[in-house]
Design a protein around this ligand. Structure first.
Ligand code: MBD
Ligand code: FE
Length: 282
């Protein structure tokens, strides 16, 4: 269990996730035909209609759902809710045509333009950063097994209390975030601290729904990565920890057996894990 004296409100983290999403999205509008919009939206609505019939949804329940949807928007929690409950299926569809290292969901807490760090690197952290020191090393290769020199590993993760910098007011900006540049052999080594499991904020509409349904609000401890190199398709993924709590029961359903690290104690109080990434051509 995570215990902490800090308890950033859902409103703060949810609203900044909405801001971060808008900022990152910029002008990147997808070109979609009206046929495609009609086709997909009709299928979504048909699913909702069918659920109402199958579950005999009442007027009282319909109005309660409407109120909840309004609150998700007002609380800025659409990125949180959609990334927890929907993104894993979009990723599953993408994965059908993706080779190399398995992907996983991006989630709501990515921030672009973090400082580049030459490998061997240590992620920016507080002088007294809590948590077990962890070093991740490995190599980035292509599908033929050739090293990919200069590949970038854009890494971000929660701290030992389960909070992300940029989304929890008490964590310094840029904490536990960085872009590690692999060497001429595609090798990298990055030191950080092991993150704690992540709890969906319980005080916002997403957390309220989870509680009302009797579900749990936890994701297993994880590292987020985007691995990129010119001429290669970038991979958005996450790495988990063998034996970690919630690994078999992630609220966001984003774990894969291929993405589980098995860190070993180095005998000096630190953990060392290895992971190699494989990128496909663009
Ligand atoms: C997270 O840290 C996360 O990775 C996802 C997918 C959703 C909510 C919080
Ligand atoms: Fe996360």
């Amino acid at each position: 269990m995570t215990t902490t004296q800090h308890s950033p409100s859902a409103a703060a983290s949810g609203a900044s996730a909405t801001e971060a999403f808008r900022a990152a999205r910029g002008e990147g509008e997808a070109q979609v035909t009206s046929e495609r919009i009609a086709d997909v939206v009709q299928a979504v609505l048909a699913g909702v209609h069918e659920a109402i019939r199958a579950k005999q949804v009442s007027y009282a329940e319909f109005q309660a759902a409407k109120q909840w949807l309004i609150e998700v928007g007002e609380g800025g929690e659409w990125p949180l809710f959609l990334d927890v409950f929907v993104e894993h299926v979009v990723e599953e569809v993408t994965a059908q045509r993706q080779h190399g290292t398995k992907g996983s969901i991006l989630g709501p807490y990515y921030l672009p333009d973090q400082p580049k760090l030459p490998s061997v690197a240590t992620l920016p952290m507080r002088p007294d950063e809590k948590g077990t020191p962890l070093t991740l090393s490995g190599q980035v290769r292509d599908l033929e097994g050739n090293p990919v020199p200069g590949a970038e590993l854009d890494i971000w993760h929660a701290d030992d209390d389960g909070y992300y910098s940029g989304f929890a007011p008490h964590v310094p900006e840029g904490n536990l975030r960085g872009v590690v540049v692999a060497d001429g052999d595609g090798r990298f080594e990055v030191s950080t601290v092991k993150p704690a499991p992540y709890q969906i904020p319980t005080d916002g509409p997403t957390g309220k729904l989870i509680e009302a349904a009797g579900w749990h609000p936890w994701r297993p401890a994880h590292l987020h990565l985007i691995v990129r190199a010119s001429g290669h398709r970038q991979i958005t993924t996450q790495l988990y920890f063998e034996g970690g709590e919630w690994l078999e029961d992630d609220v966001a359903q984003a774990t894969k057996p291929e993405l589980v690290l098995d860190p070993r104690p180095d005998g000096e109080g630190k953990l060392r894990a290895e992971y190699d990434f494989v990128l496909e051509p663009q």
